[in-house]
Design a protein around this ligand. Sequence first.
Ligand code: 5RP
Length: 218
Amino acid sequence: MIINKLKKKAGWAALEYIQPGNVVGVGSGSTAAYFIDALSSVKNYIKGAVSSSEMSSCKLKNLDVPLLDLNEVDVLDIYIDGADEINSKKYMIKGKGAALTREKIIASAAKKFICIVDSSKIVSVLGGVPLPIEVIPMARTIVSKRIMDLGGIPKYRKNIITENGNILLDVYNLTIFNALSLEEEINNIPGVVTVGLFARRAADIAIISGHQGIKVIE
Ligand code: 5RP
């Protein structure tokens, strides 16, 4: 319950970064959902929102925030999203909510990426939570073997098909000291669609909501 209050504060704190006329990328998950509530309070001043999941699209529609297709957008001013873990370099693990591929696409297109988290998500070394990987279904076993070669323990996330028609592996037992090279290595395994390591496109700003208030890391 307290965590939800912190998430809500982080979501609303991101509103400060939204400018009139902006195209706003919107992430997925419970913290992003609080940001959508905040965004709806300025819906008449922004150009619209690009959404990373059906869940976020549904909430945006219910709150009458104009939805835009990424293909129709020239400039994506800003992307706001949560994370499962974030370190001091603003590298993140994302994808617990299964929306990692669309999140990574929108993050890569955005001029600015603001990560909104409660303070429980801050880590010194990434890997305390499983690392999600979206995989083409026929490559599940071959990708799992390659992940085991890297020292990870992959677990198939049963009964989940992503919005892109793929499966997810959650990788345990990783202590991620070199996120940049691990992201590249996993991305290069045939059959991998997206790895939920966001280091090559890290956040530009982290808004961290803790018991002492909001802290911003630029
Ligand atoms: C979804 C994500 C979310 O941003 C991440 O799981 C954090 O979720 P929450 O804000 O509910 O803690 O990456 O794919």
